[in-house]
Design a protein around this ligand. Sequence first.
Ligand code: F6R
Length: 606
Amino acid sequence: MCGIIGYIGPEEPVSLVLEALSRLEYRGYDSAGVAYFDREAKVDVVRASGKLSNLAALCQGRAGLPGPAIGHIRWATHGAPTEENAHPHRSGPIVVVHNGIIENDRELRKSLSSEGFSFSSETDTEVVAHLVHRHYRTTGSLPEAVRLALREIAGSYALAVLCEERPGELVGVRRGAPLLLGEGENAYFLASDVPAFLKWTRKMMPLPPDVIAAIGPDGLALLPVDGSPPLVPLFEEVPWDPVAAEKGHYRHFMEKEIFEGPRAIMDTLEGRIAPGHGRVMLSELARLGPSPPELVFVACGTSYHAALLGRQFIESLSDIPVRVEIASEFRYRPLRIRKGAWVVGITQSGETADTLGALDHARREGYLTLAVTNVPGSSITREASATLLTRAGPEIGVASTKAFVAQITAVWLLALHLARRTALREEEGSKKALEILLKSPARLEGFLGALDLGTIDGLAEKVAASRFVIFIGRGLDYPLAIEGALKLKEITYRPADGYPGGELKHGPIALIEPGVLVVAPLVDPDLSAKEWSNIREVEARGGTVLTIASPETAPVLPAYPLPATEGWEGVFFATAILQLLSYRTAVLMGNDVDQPRNLAKSVTVE
Ligand code: F6R
C-alpha cells in the first residue's frame, strides 16, 4: 500500500528511482513521483497521476546529479489520485515521500495553516513536509527536524526525506509501516520492500520503528527518536535471487509465479525434514515449546484460505482443535481461547495491518504467536514469538499465487510437526502425508509441464461469457473454491462467489439460471462423492458446471482432468488450474493482470 524509495549514491538517480519504483508498482498505481537534484543542484519534483509509465514519460531526458533522490508510488487513501495529491510533497527546501496514514492530519493542518503554511494537496503527507520544514528552520539539522516533527504526528508512517539545502543527506524513519535499508557500493537505499533494490544489493536490514536512519557524508547513523544512544547497523544477506523479481520470458508476473509453484514448495521444504528420519523438524518453533492445547489461525484474503486448509491438515493428523479467524474481525473481539493456545498469523507480505493487529491483540493477552510469512525481516517477523518462513521468493503479481502454494506447504509441514508431538498421532497417516508432500514439487512440475492450455482457454471463454460464477467445494475443496472465486474477482472483475457445496441448497441455488456458471474443484478424496450430489442438483436445474477432478474423484469426464492423485496432493494441482483459469480469463478480457484496479499487494491500512 504505497511504495517508497530513497537513494543516495553514485548512480544517476532519476533512472535508478524509476527502475526501483517499477519493482514496487504492485503496491499501488494511482500516481507516482520522484524528487532529485538537477544539474543546477536544485531539487526537481516530477509527479504524474496514474501508472508509473506516465511518470517515466515525463522524466524522459531528465537526469540528476549523483546524490539523494526519493520516489513514491501511491495507493490513494487521503485525496483523489490526482497529480496534486501525488508524492513527493514539498515545503520550502524539504521534500517528503510517505507510506502510511497520519491520524491527526486535520488538527495539524489547522494549526499549520494558522501559522501561514499553505496546502496544495488533500493528502495527510503534506503536514509532514510542513512540520519538518518548520523544525528545520529553527534547528538547521535534517535528522533533528524529522525527530521533532515526529513528536507531533500520530499514526503510521514510513518516510524518506531530503532537503534542498543538504545535498549530501537523506533521512528515513518508520512506525507501523515497513521501511528497509539497503547497503550498496558507496550507496544506501531506503525502500518499502526488498525487490526495489535487489538489482543493486542484497544487503538489507529492516529499520526498527522510531529510529531515524540519517545518511550523510559520514555514512549511516541510526538515531533512536527518544534520544537513546545510536544503534549499530546490522545488515544481512537476503536469500533472494535478483532475477526472481524479473518477468523473464513470461507475459505477466502472475503467469511466471504460477509456474514457480513447484519451486516454492521445494524451497519451503528445504532443510525442514530430518535427514534419514523421515520426520518434519521445524526448529523455528522450538521457542513455542510443546504442542498447544488449541491453535488459532488469523489471516486475510488468500492467506485466510491457506489457513482453512491448515485447519483440515492439523485436525486430521493430531488432536489439536484449530480455529480460523479473519484477522480484521478477530482483533476487535475479546479473546476466548484456551490458555497456552498458539495464535498463528499467515501473511505473504508480513505487513498486513489487520493480521499484525490480530497478533498483537493475542500477544498482549500473553499468548504465544507464530508468524507464517514469505518476507524475511517483515514487520510480523519482529513482532511474533516465532517465525516460519515460506520461501516462495518475491511475489510481484498483485494476485497471490506461488505464495499461496508455499503457504499450503507450510501449514502441511506444521500439521506434520504437530502430529509427531501428540499422543493421538497416527504414525502411518503422518508418514504417508509426508511422503506425498515430498513428492509434490516434482509431481506439480510434471503436471504444469504437460498442461492442456487449449482446454483451459476453452474454459476461460465460458467464464468470460458468464454473468456470475459460483465456486463450490466440500472439505479440502471448500478453501480452494473460495480462493478460486477470489482470484477470479480480483483480476477479471467478474462477479463470483464461493460456497461450501452443501450450502448451495440453503439459498445460493436460487441463483442458478442460464448465464451463471458453477466451477467445482474435486480433490478431497473423502467428500467428492457428496460434492457430486451437489453438482447434480445444479445440473438438474439447468446449470452448467465445470469440474476439475482426477479419475478417482470423477465418475464422468471432468471439464479439466487431473492425474490420479494421492492424499492431499490434488490441492496443488487444482490450485494451479484455478489460478490459470482466472489468469487466462483476465488475459482474454484484456485486463491488466498484474495490477488489477483498486488493489495493492501489501495492505498496510485497516
Ligand atoms: C489475493 C491476495 C490478498 C492477500 C491479502 C492478505 O490474491 O493477494 O487477498 O492474500 O491481502 O495479504 P498478506 O498475505 O500479505 O497478509
